[in-house]
Design a protein around this ligand. Structure first.
Ligand code: SAJ
Length: 406
């Protein structure tokens, strides 16, 4: 494996790192990808991918075949180092930057004058400065001779390749030269706007984007609770309110999931608890919505039992964290299904997820079969398949995500 002529080292070959590596390679830039998972390395070096993302596999295959992309557990020397590892949070919702720190420690011995070090991972404010201090503590001779920047991504799973190339990006250097150097780098593969700021603002910008969406969804979810009590159709209400030229209310659902919007607001609220009242409340409302949905299904079940004298069959429609994907991370639908199953152990729950063939915990049922068999249908995710079903008056339909908008 050639190790001395790489331009870019990417630390982390996941949902963002691998597409970024493939895109760099497509632009003729020699990339070396590093991951801690040997299976991931093997898969990529065979020209394949370990998760589904449109167009990605073809790009990785070509990049590996031409030698533009290579992957291994270890680093090689390069002139640009990009960190794209996950930032999980602890049980008490504090961000855990240990993966960023570990990746940085691996990079430190390879750094030389003029190199560019970039963090893309979602990070609490001040992380880039912390990593700068860590680097210079270990390599004092390089002080002020490196370029260091924070450059968050903002792509949507399922459309990653297009959005990596076409979304505007925020570039926050620890000084002006670092920002300029990072802008030059992104210019090689991003065709849209690159906006210069400092690292702290760039870090906060990423957190604020996802918190803003969380707050807006919380508003829609709060309306759904109010409308349920007031006997008003929330879907109709929102559609009508949105006829106002300056109102744009989002859609209520069974809660907020995924690895970004349900997580990033905690990076603000854990550090600024007094100031972030609205952000914290939005998280609470969106979490509460999932609990409320599970309670609604359980009450419908009890009511059915009282009225009919036997236990109903319940279909939980959807497990993914949002429509038309197979990703269950932080999924409210999964949480709700598990909660409903906890109170029912004898097989009266049918679990449906049309985007998965099988699941290690849940026995999956075909969506049409479940719809036919069940007495209570709980729509948890607005998958396209469900939109093809016809509304049936003889069933109890609990529409939490606007499939029939009833
Ligand atoms: N949701 C609703 N109602 C809505 C819209 C969404 O309940 O009206 C729910 C979804 O069902 C899902 C959750 O919110 O459970 C999040 O879904 P999403 O499509 O809004 O976002 P993600 O998590 O797939 O991607 C987000 C995006 N951020 C924003 O839209 C501000 C994406 O641009 C980011 O790159 C990504 O987070 C990330 O990596 O940070």
């Amino acid at each position: 494996m050639s190790s001395n002529n790489r331009k870019v080292v990417l630390m982390g070959l996941g949902y963002i790192g691998l597409p970024t590596a493939a895109l760099l390679a497509k632009n003729g830039i020699k990339v070396h990808g590093v991951d801690v998972n040997p299976k991931v390395i093997d898969t990529i070096n065979k020209g394949s991918v370990h998760f589904i993302e449109p167009d990605l596999e073809v790009m990785v295959k070509e990049a590996v075949e031409t030698g533009t992309l290579q992957a291994s557990l270890d680093l090689v020397s390069a002139s640009v180092y990009v960190i794209v590892v996950p930032t999980p949070f602890t049980k008490n919702h504090k961000p855990d930057i240990s993966y960023i720190e570990a990746a940085t420690k691996k990079i430190i011995p390879f750094l030389k004058e003029g190199d560019l070090y970039i963090i893309e991972s979602t990070s609490p404010v001040g992380t880039t400065e912390k990593m700068r201090d860590l680097i210079y503590k270990n390599r004092p001779e390089l002080e002020e001779k490196l370029f260091i920047a924070y450059c968050p991504e903002r792509v949507l799973p399922g459309n990653v390749i297009y959005e990596l190339e076409n979304n505007d990006r925020i570039i926050g250097g620890i000084d002006d030269n670092s920002s300029e150097k990072a802008i030059d780098f992104y210019r090689t593969f991003v065709s849209s706007g690159l906006y210069k700021t400092n690292s702290r603002t760039a870090e906060m910008c990423k957190l604020v984007e996802n918190s803003s969406r969380d707050v807006q969804i919380a508003f829609a979810n709060e309306l759904s609770l109010i409308c349920d009590k007031a006997d008003i159709n929330v879907w109709e209400l929102i559609e009508l309110a949105n006829k106002h030229p300056r109102v744009n209310i989002l859609q209520p659902g069974s809660g907020v999931g995924g690895h970004c919007i349900a997580v990033d607001p905690y990076f603000i609220s854990s550090e600024f608890p007094l100031e972030s009242q609205l952000i914290s409340k939005a998280r609470e409302i969106n979490n509460y919505k999932s609990f409320w949905v599970a309670e609604k299904i359980n009450s419908a079940k009890l009511e059915f039992q009282v009225n009919h004298g036997y236990k109903p069959i319940i279909a939980c429609m959807g497990l993914a964290f949002k429509p038309n994907i197979d990703d269950l991370r932080e999924s409210p639908a999964k949480y709700i299904t598990q909660k409903v199953m906890q109170s029912e152990s004898n097989g009266t729950i049918l679990v449906v997820e049309p985007n998965l063939k099988e699941h290690s915990i849940f026995k999956l049922t075909d969506y049409q079969e479940a719809y036919r068999k069940a007495d209570i249908i709980a729509f948890l995710v607005k998958h396209n398949e469900f939109l093809k079903l016809n509304y049936q008056d003889d069933k109890i339909i609990l529409d939490f995500c606007g499939v029939f908008k009833k």
